[in-house]
Design a protein around this ligand. Structure first.
Ligand code: HEC
Ligand code: HEC
Ligand code: HEC
Ligand code: HEC
Length: 162
């Protein structure tokens, strides 16, 4: 094999090893535009998990899907495209943050070994405050069906003529 080919092969191997450790979207350094979602979810603008990712081009929609139907439903009855049962959180995060890199980190060893206990069991227990203090709607996290809501509709907010 010519020397350049050997070098190239080694370089590619090194790069793909690196890619295993780091999120592969590193090149996406343009900040993401979350303004669509923030019109209603303004409390997530400063929230750490969302803003850490927004800075490096990972948008709300990268994790929750484009969610157009959700965003244009003024009564707020349609769930976003992707919502997370607790079991789905780590799987989603580690699709980008490979276990190999996290294992080297003391903070993650118990979690990845399946030995973490509440309240530090899920990635979002330690990373960010990615939660709403008050909920008016609940969807089943697996089927995305509405299971409860406070009954308030845009229509109801217009005072009725007597
Ligand atoms: C027109 C307003 C509106 C827009 C725009 C909007 N949302 Fe929402 N969203 C809501 C309402 C209302 C709820 C329910 C809040 C509650 O329980 O009080 C909600 C809840 C959610 C939830 C919680 C789902 C769960 O697990 O229960 C997620 C996730 C979410 N929105 C993501 C998004 C994303 C991502 C976008 C942008 C693509 C977006 N939303 C845009 C109104 C909006
Ligand atoms: C679409 C890919 C993607 C997903 C999914 C994702 N991340 Fe990230 N995350 C990144 C990238 C890219 C960075 C910036 C590069 C870096 O520093 O690792 C980042 C940065 C971070 C950082 C900051 C690292 C630092 O030192 O600044 C934390 C913490 C983090 N992510 C946690 C999470 C958690 C928790 C989840 C799941 C809820 C998650 N990520 C899901 C791609 C992703
Ligand atoms: C018990 C709390 C805890 C849990 C649970 C946790 N982390 Fe972390 N994580 C930390 C601490 C502490 C750091 C180091 C300080 C920092 O960057 O916030 C860290 C750092 C990180 C970083 C940046 C540095 C690195 O090692 O690459 C990423 C990415 C990350 N965590 C992802 C995750 C993901 C993905 C999960 C779920 C599989 C998770 N974390 C679960 C506590 C936790
Ligand atoms: C890195 C992936 C990631 C990004 C980026 C992200 N989310 Fe989330 N989101 C999650 C995960 C995972 C959960 C489930 C958290 C849990 O149950 O602890 C969640 C939950 C939520 C919830 C439900 C909170 C509750 O109290 O039930 C809302 C609302 C939400 N996200 C809105 C947003 C909005 C708006 C943005 C952008 C500004 C955004 N998310 C960006 C991963 C992400």
């Amino acid at each position: 094999m010519p020397r350049t080919v050997v070098l190239l092969t080694l370089l590619l191997a090194a790069l793909s090893l690196g890619a295993d450790k780091k999120p592969t979207t590193r090149h996406a350094i343009e900040p993401a535009d979350n303004s669509y979602c923030l019109t209603c979810h303004i409390n997530f603008q400063e929230e750490k998990l969302a803003s850490q990712h927004q800075k490096i081009g990972v948008a709300c929609s990268s994790c929750h899907g484009p969610s157009d139907k959700h965003s244009s439903d003024e009564d707020g009855l349609t769930a976003p495209d992707i919502i997370f049962s607790k079991e789905l959180i780590a799987v989603t995060c580690t699709a980008c943050h490979k276990n190999g890199a996290l294992e080297k980190d003391g903070a993650h060893a118990p979690l990845l070994a399946g030995k973490a206990a509440e309240p530090y069991k899920f990635c979002t227990d330690c990373h960010g405050k990615h939660a709403m203090a008050h909920r008016t709607r609940r969807w089943d996290k697996n089927t995305r069906k509405l299971i409860s809501d406070d009954g308030v509709r845009m229509m109801n907010q217009v005072p009725e003529k007597k």
